[in-house]
Design a protein around this ligand. Structure first.
Ligand code: 5GP
Ligand code: MG
Ligand code: MG
Length: 197
């Protein structure tokens, strides 16, 4: 068990499981792309560790770049997506694969599609390491999914709780007690940011 700020997290997905999942995604994607040289686009900050491990395993030539979006505040996803760094190169005619850490409500994905609307890419595919089916509210197809997980807050392997936990090599899940669930997940507006709960 670990403590980040005011909350406790329990071990959820081991380094070995993460490694096997990333390898499976690499195999699927490399197999589908054949001899194309893809551009992998990581969504910062959360995907940095996934992207790093993914491209180290990728067996063929590829390009890697990042865009930086922010939506989460503490424990809750918001619809207000900030575009902090956009695309910095021309991707027209390219096979693009988005590498996301986790797809929750899908709000971030809306912004990703908006960014690529006028880019004239040859193909845009979405790969995510984690997916919360119970939370997903959009219709965009998710082409590659590492693991489906329950609708509970996780940290580690790039994912943070208010800045902490990104460096952890494994994934941890929020440990909720009954009274804590109410307090944290259904608290007043602004709950989850820094000092709350
Ligand atoms: P969405 O926009 O789909 O609701 O959420 C996508 C982003 O919210 C992810 O890229 C990630 O940064 C953040 N996020 C979603 N679920 C979790 C979670 O369980 N833990 C953490 N730490 N971040 C999450
Ligand atoms: Mg992300
Ligand atoms: Mg975050």
């Amino acid at each position: 068990m670990i403590k980040l700020h005011d909350l406790y997290f329990k071990p959820f997905i081991s380094e070995q499981e993460l490694d096997a999942t990333v390898q499976r995604l690499v195999d699927e994607i490399a197999n589908d792309l054949q001899d194309e040289v893809p551009v992998f686009v990581g969504i910062l900050n959360g995907s940095f560790m996934f992207v790093s491990d993914f491209v180290k395993k990728y067996p063929k030539p590829c390009e890697v770049t990042f865009i930086k979006l922010a939506s989460y505040e503490g424990l809750k996803s918001t619809e207000d997506i900030h575009r902090l760094i956009g695309l910095t190169q021309d991707l027209s005619g390219r096979k693009v694969v988005i590498l996301e850490d986790i797809i929750d409500s899908g709000n971030t994905l809306v912004e990703v599609h908006r960014i690529f609307e006028n880019e004239n890419v040859d193909e845009l595919k979405i790969a995510t390491l984690f997916y919360k089916p119970e939370a997903y509210k959009k219709d965009y197809k998710l082409h590659y999914v590492g693991m489906e997980i329950p609708n509970k807050f996780i940290v580690g392997y790039g994912l943070d709780y208010d800045g902490l936990g990104r460096h952890l090599p494994a994934v941890y899940q929020l440990k909720t007690r009954q009274h804590m669930t109410n307090l944290v997940l259904f608290g007043p507006p602004g709950a989850g940011k820094g000092t709350q709960a």
